[in-house]
Design a protein around this ligand. Structure first.
Ligand code: SF4
Length: 259
């Protein structure tokens, strides 16, 4: 594949603000505030997906020391106590999955499978219904919320597209498997041949621009609202609007750059 492909999460972040994407992902700038909101749920999601993968296919290795991983990352935020809570939530969610596993009668096609050539897409699992022969593509989510916005889901279009590219068929069921400490809920995501084509057309344009910006062929632009994906004030406002990306001023102003 010659055309550039970026991951679903990178594409979403770039779409909100190419400048922020460039600062964080191409140049390695970070602020404590900028990562704290997403880090904990993301870590919990990774841990439960790994536990479910190991449960479905014992050849998939468990994270060696998940507690250490959570401690390591959360200590960046000064929130060491969060680690225990995350692990308890993951354990409770995993118990719910094993008791209510809705895929128990299906054939497992893929488990925790990564596709570096497709923007590092990482599919939690892919099943085949033994009766109908049709593919079922779930994504495991550990959350107590079931927002309506999940009805259309960018990541799931990306994953369904990968399945179609590799196996030549679109999953007939694409869904979010929402797990909390008490129950498991399936939320269908509407993915059709038409919606995948529309998604692809849009994303290929985005990936081309992302690649151009990575190679310095064009400059990233600013999100004029200077807010993050949730509408909160962007933590890079000082960097962009006060320090004008001057590295020394940014460092003095509390931003850190990974080497
Ligand atoms: S302050 Fe505005 S331009 Fe700068 S990174 Fe944030 S959203 Fe983008």
């Amino acid at each position: 594949m010659n055309k550039p492909v970026f991951s679903p999460s990178s594409t979403l972040r770039w779409s909100n603000c190419p400048v922020r994407y460039f600062l964080e992902h191409e140049q390695g700038w970070k602020t404590k505030f900028s990562i704290s909101g997403m880090l904990i749920p993301r870590l919990a999601g990774q841990l439960i997906a790994n536990k479910i993968a190991n449960y479905l296919d014992s050849s998939i290795e468990l994270e060696e020391n998940p507690l250490e991983k959570v401690n390591l990352r959360t200590s960046d935020l000064g929130e060491d106590m969060v680690a225990e809570k995350v692990l308890k939530t993951v354990e409770a969610g995993f118990k719910v999955f094993t008791e209510q596993n809705p895929y128990i009668d299906m054939e497992t096609v893929w488990v925790e499978k990564a596709f570096p050539e497709y923007g590092n897409a990482r599919l939690d699992a892919l099943f085949r219904n033994k009766d109908s022969g049709k593919l079922v593509l779930p994504d495991f989510k550990l959350t107590s919320r079931t927002p309506a916005r999940y009805a259309y889901h960018h990541n799931m279009h990306h994953y369904a597209w990968v399945v179609r590219e590799i196996l030549g068929e679109l999953p007939s069921r694409v869904e979010l498997c929402i797990i909390n400490s008490k129950e498991l809920t399936i939320i269908p995501v509407s993915v059709t041949e038409e919606s995948v084509e529309a998604w692809l057309q849009t994303n290929q344009q985005a990936w081309e621009r992302m690649q151009n910006q990575r190679e310095g062929l064009e400059k990233p632009w600013m999100n004029p609202s200077h807010t993050d994906e949730r509408g909160n004030a962007c933590p890079f406002q000082d960097a962009c609007l006060r320090f004008m990306w001057d590295e020394q001023l940014m460092k003095a102003g509390g931003y850190e750059k990974e080497v």
